[in-house]
Design a protein around this ligand. Structure first.
Ligand code: 5GP
Ligand code: ZN
Length: 113
C-alpha cells in the first residue's frame, strides 16, 4: 500500500522509534503514548483491520502475538500489559493498517471507556 502511514513507517520511509523488528513484524513507540510504555505492533504486510483477518493472512497475526511476548520480555513488562486492537469507526481505528497497541507501566482500568 503506497499511501499507508504504517506501511511507510515499517519500510523506514517515515521515522519511528523502533522497539522490535523481525521478518513479519515491526513495532515502534506510539507518538501520543497513553501509558508509560505504549508501543504499536504491526504486521509488515498491509492488512486493513481485524475485520480482514482470514486463512491466508492469519500467520501475520500469529507473528504479531509472538512479537508481543518477546517485547514484553525485553521491556521487562512482568507486572502485566494490555494488547488493544481498535477496529473500524466505532472501534476507534484511525489508521487503516491493522495494529495492536501494547500498553504497560501503570494499572489499566477495566472496562475501557
Ligand atoms: P488507532 O487510533 O488507529 O487505534 O491508533 C493509531 C495510533 O497511532 C494512535 O495511538 C496514534 O497516536 C498513533 N500514531 C498516529 N500517527 C503516528 C505516527 O506518525 N507515528 C507514531 N509513532 N504513532 C502514530
Ligand atoms: Zn499499510
Amino acid at each position: 500500500m503506497s499511501d499507508c502511514l504504517f506501511c511507510k513507517i515499517a519500510a523506514g520511509e517515515i521515522p519511528s522509534t523502533k522497539v522490535y523488528e523481525d521478518e513479519k513484524v515491526y513495532a515502534f513507540l506510539d507518538i501520543e503514548p497513553k501509558a508509560p510504555f505504549h508501543a504499536i505492533v504491526i504486521p509488515k504486510k498491509h492488512i486493513k483491520s481485524a475485520a480482514e483477518i482470514n486463512e491466508d493472512n492469519s500467520g501475520e497475526i500469529s507473528a504479531v502475538f509472538k512479537a508481543v511476548s518477546e517485547i514484553a520480555k525485553r521491556e521487562n513488562l512482568e507486572n502485566g500489559f494490555r494488547v488493544v486492537n481498535n477496529c473500524g469507526a466505532d472501534g476507534g481505528q484511525t489508521v487503516g493498517h491493522i495494529h495492536f497497541h501494547l500498553l504497560a507501566g501503570r494499572s489499566l482500568a477495566w472496562p475501557p471507556g
